[in-house]
Write a protein that binds this ligand. Sequence first.
Ligand SMILES: [Fe+2]
Length: 341
Amino acid sequence: MRTARDILSPEGILLLPRGFELKQWIAHHLLARGITELSIQLDYKPIEHRETISPVKLAERHFFKEYDRALDVIESTLYRLSQKQSFEIEEVEHAVSDLMPVVLSCPRIMHFLAKARQAGESLYTHLLNVGIITMLLGEWAKLTDEEIINWGVAGVMHDIGKSQVAPDLLDKPGVLEPEEWDTMKAHTVFGYMMAMRSGIQDSGVLATILQHHEREDGSGYPNGLVGSQIHPTAKAVTVADVFEAITAERPYRGRFTIYHAADALQGMLYGKVCPEMCTTFLEGIASFYVGNRVRLNNGQVGEVIWVNKYLPTRPTVRVGESYVDLMRQRDLSIEEEVFDF
Ligand SMILES: [Fe+2]
């Protein structure tokens, strides 16, 4: 049994998101927060049957099994943190370490993340996707498994403070008023306070929650730190967060392709994000460029067959029997990725 709609407190704070599994222990918390009725949906139970399945579908099923399990852990973690209940970071570590081999061995991981976004985006999916992308960055940076898990946990936890910001503000389209922007920026401090209160001691995780919007040139928030003052784990998560945010849909715009997200990151290479982390990321993400189907702005659909990794938005695309070189045909551009889901 799951919630059919977001459950908000009388003050408008998100208590439970749509689709949250309703366990018995939740009921009295909802009552204590003034919730007397809620819309629910019953779980669909598939009938057991035999089937044939392709290796890609098998990988996809395996990925989503771990992905959904990790999402459940994140939902429950945020709920307990926001309710000031006891919390063990080990639960997040276990979910991340279970996910790690699936993520790092999956050549279609970017497709699966896109599919996960199409199924619905929320704070929970953002946290998990950033955790996954930070793990990929850790792999490309040649970290040990233990270090990759630590980065993944920091990625998963980085935006926990957003659970304390009203959903209307998080989803508000257009420009925020100055006081709204102040509240939004405070999610870093809210999250840090939640983490400290819950007993999280890992300095990388704590620093990431507080510092993931700091920028190398001191233009970030909340403290205007410069590069040398920012924790390395926070620098890694910042790169993953920027990439994830650009490829995610927003109320005021559609989602951008991985080519455009990489291009935007490249524009932040000097002064905004850590240049070493960013370069490692751009080198690594390039392995996902070739073989994707894209729609061009003239409506044609083709397959990306070659990319200059420093000009990711201008690949060569095979359309039918012909080749379109976007480096030369400047009037053409990639409009969107096409997924054969
Ligand atoms: Fe954030």
